[in-house]
Design a protein around this ligand. Structure first.
Ligand code: DC
Length: 669
């Protein structure tokens, strides 16, 4: 996958339509671990496909679990509590939901079954505290070494010389992260054979809803934990993990928060419908609905769906203790940009030890947009900018998926009255793959953008100047759509050849051109669903395309089709008249040239590489003739737009040309 350095979000002005949520991260990784420890095979439906679940699946595979991925199903055959592999070095990325429970489970298995495991992650993972969990496990007699900084991963888990001591209650702190308690609850049934295992929570337990998910899923796998006032948990003697057979993972309630907020901000007319979670959810973040309602959202709930529209507008500022919805609360901090006065979120100290220091990150990035922010050790207050104080901002995302997702909502600032509305740039947008790989596609599918606001970058130039290659690679690098307008003319020519329409029959050709059933998908070009990329590259097709492209009626018949490619987040279009006729308001226009001899050499190589025979002198003569025809025709002649940047790439590699264009674009933000 091409790495995208930044994604520019044009000004967005409304939203409606349906999104399907990916599976819940918290449920997915808990279910995977439980299935991995169980007897029997678990068939998991709608498992989240993301970075965090990928590392968990890799770990289970390395430990000897049977893993079969079959479309939307994943089958896991568990270890039934017995180690198959005694030694493994596991890489867990930045997935707290993998690191904590695997530390607990493997520490117990290593101790009791002579195992030896190391667990590591990305540098940020090595800054996320784990001492409270390690201390609790050491209290039982587990052998755990810090391989780097004491108190943080990476860790080494070894065999224990003595039997573990499960008689006394285990103590674990509950006020830093509930993931330590969850890790112990998921793992301790492994050693519950001789007697009840008791966990005492020290301090006030935070994020209780996440512990509730853990208890709920343990019960599905046959383990009934007794919970006494959120302070004491008892795992009954003789507990065994037993696969329930099929498990359905619900949509991610934290991911839902972005679309709930979107509905509250931008669904003025028809609602945003969210499928995958609803009133029956076992996830704590579903309580975000109440917070969004308090700010003004109009939410209708079904068992596994939500429909959200604007209620009160502007939104109402709130002061809210967010202990129960730590992840989704980040979305409230961005909704605060659309509220009157100051929104304060309290009891969020856990933000400081997440994927990044989220309080510092949210404060810094909200300020870039013009908001006034006050932050403390465990709270954040956000006052929106006045309409004239909004600033275009490049949002740093700190390798934190939630920062990227929640700040995309700032692109609706026109609705807050921002004068002028400002674009928002999300840096390193692919960090969303941690939990929601298709987040931006889902956002664009429901967001409404005026065509005039969608940025277009045009690359025009003569045949074989390399504009197609350059333009398609720039589109990938920017995460934008791509229009190869030459293919539009070639496809019309190909249709004319098939239908035996004469090259001089302007009306007949224009009829073919209007409603051309052309699509670009999976790197190919389809006419009426049939792949025609190869056919369109033929020289005779190109020659006919050049002829018919001089016909005014054909050109106007193809106008609508070309304009329809202008979709969020942006379009890179290559051709002859992209910057002059089709997209005269393009934000950046490149006119790419190379000498006829250089272009003939390139075309020659391309043809030979593809198994065609070719003569370089004839190619050069053909190119010159085609240039002359394209330049001298009366309609839309090939010429640089007045505001185009001329780029002669005779001596440049594609990469070097890309660098020039991307720098020009980055500087125009
Ligand atoms: O770029 P290409 O070789 O695929 O283009 C095929 C023909 O279509 C070319 O001879 C000129 C014509 N064309 C055009 O007139 N306007 C465009 N925007 C793109 C191509």
């Amino acid at each position: 996958m091409q790495k995208i350095d930044f994604l520019d979000l044009a000004v967005m002005r409304g939203a409606s339509g349906t999104v399907h949520l990916p599976g819940s991260k918290s449920i997915s990784n808990r279910v995977l671990l439980l299935a991995g420890l169980s007897s029997g095979t678990t068939v998991i439906h709608d498992l989240l496909a993301s970075d965090d679940t990928a590392v968990m699946l890799d770990a289970l595979r390395a430990l000897g679990c049977g893993i079969q991925a079959d479309g939307k199903l994943v089958r896991v055959t568990g270890l039934a509590g017995q180690l198959h592999t005694k030694q493994a070095d596991l890489f867990l990325g930045n997935a707290g939901t993998a690191m904590r429970p695997l530390t607990a489970a493997l520490a117990l298995l290593a101790a009791t079954q002579q195992g030896n495991f190391s667990l590591r992650g990305v540098p940020r993972m090595h800054e996320r505290p784990i001492a409270d969990l390690v201390d609790a496990l050491r209290g039982l007699g587990c052998q755990i070494d810090y391989l780097g900084e004491p108190g943080f991963p990476p860790l080494q888990l070894r065999a224990s010389p003595q039997p573990l001591n499960t008689a006394a209650p285990l103590r674990v702190r509950g006020d830093v992260s509930s993931q330590f308690l969850t890790a112990l609850l998921l793992a301790l049934p492994l050693v519950s054979e001789p007697a009840d295992v008791v966990i005492d929570v020290q301090g006030e337990l935070i994020s209780k809803p996440y512990v509730d998910i853990t208890l709920n899923l343990l019960a599905r796998f046959g383990i009934q934990v007794q919970c006494e006032g959120w302070q004491r948990f008892v795992i009954p003697r003789g507990s065994h993990y037993q696969s329930p057979g099929d498990v359905h993972v619900e949509g991610d309630a934290s991911s839902a928060s972005y679309f709930i907020a979107l509905g509250a901000i931008a669904a003025n007319d028809k609602p945003v419908r969210i499928e995958g979670v609803g009133a029956a959810s076992i996830q704590g973040d579903i309580q975000f609905v109440a917070a969004a309602r308090a700010m003004g959202a109009n939410v209708v709930e079904g068992p596994n769906w939500l429909e959200v529209k604007r209620g009160r507008w502007p939104l109402t500022a709130i002061t809210l203790n967010c202990n129960h919805i730590p992840d989704a609360a980040m979305t409230l901090a961005v909704m605060a940009l659309y509220a009157e006065r100051t929104t304060t979120l309290t009891d969020i100290a856990s933000w400081r030890v997440k994927e990044t220091d989220r309080i510092a990150a949210m404060a810094a990035e909200l300020r870039k947009l013009g908001a006034t922010v006050v932050e403390g050790p465990d709270f954040i207050s956000v006052t929106p900018p006045s309409p004239t104080a909004w600033k275009a901002a490049a949002i740093q995302t700190y390798d934190d998926h939630r920062v990227a997702m929640c700040f995309s909502l700032a692109a609706f600032n026109a609705l807050a009255g921002a004068t002028p509305p400002v674009p928002v740039r999300i840096l390193d947008p692919q960090c969303v793959t941690k939990t929601f790989p298709d987040y931006f596609a889902a956002l664009f599918s429901v967001a409404k953008t005026d065509a005039a606001d969608i940025p277009v970058l045009t690359v025009d130039g003569p045949s074989a100047s390399g504009k197609g290659t350059l333009a398609s690679q720039i589109a990938q690098k920017l995460g934008w759509h791509f229009l190869d307008s030459g293919a539009v003319y070639r496809a019309t020519a190909w249709m004319a050849m098939q239908a035996k329409v004469d090259a001089a029959d302007e009306l007949g050709l224009a009829q073919l051109a209007s409603g051309l059933p052309l699509t670009f998908a999976n790197g190919g070009i389809q006419l009426d669903g049939t792949e025609v990329r190869e056919q369109l590259r033929r020289e005779d097709v190109g020659a006919l395309a050049s002829k018919i492209s001089a016909l005014g009626l054909v050109r106007s018949a193809l106008l609508e089709l070309q304009l329809s490619f202008r979709r969020a987040p942006g379009l890179v279009a290559d051709g002859r008249d992209m910057g002059t006729v089709i997209f005269p308001d393009a934000k950046l226009k490149i006119f790419l040239t190379a000498s006829a001899a250089t272009r003939a050499r390139r075309r020659h190589k391309q043809l030979i590489d593809n198994g065609f025979s070719a003569n370089i002198d004839r190619l050069c003569a053909d190119l010159e003739a085609r240039d002359a025809r394209d330049q001298n025709r009366s309609v839309a002649p090939l010429k640089p737009a007045q505001d185009a940047v001329l780029l002669d790439n005779s001596a440049l590699s594609v990469e070097a040309s890309m660098d020039v264009v991307l720098k020009l674009w980055a500087d125009r933000f």
